[in-house]
Design a protein. Structure first.
Length: 100
């Protein structure tokens, strides 16, 4: 009986530890190209890249998660709100580790 109780407690502890954080990863292989302002004689050459860095960015008075891509020799940022259930985020590899 003790072994079963220990096994159940271990599974519940693992579930609680897993639910204590969320990893938010940057999208891979985003595609960027000009889609307007071109006349039929012109062709846009798209670039496909994965994130080169991540940062916590201030936007409109709030902190958001930003993935930075090197596109056409400049930085191109995409961003998203922090997960509402895990608002404490820090950079982690090419993404963010967010906790309660």
């Amino acid at each position: 009986m003790r072994l079963i109780a220990f096994a159940v407690a271990s599974v519940l502890s693992a579930g609680a530890a897993e639910a204590a954080s969320e990893t938010v990863t940057c999208p891979e292989n985003i595609r960027v190209e000009a889609t307007s302002g071109l006349t039929p004689e012109w062709t846009a050459t798209p670039q496909v890249q994965s994130a080169s860095s991540v940062e916590l960015m201030q936007l409109g008075g709030r902190q958001v998660l930003a993935c930075v891509y090197r596109i056409y020799n400049g930085d191109y940022k995409i961003w998203r709100e922090k997960p509402t259930t895990y608002p404490n985020c820090s950079p982690f590899h090419m993404g963010f580790l967010c906790t309660r």
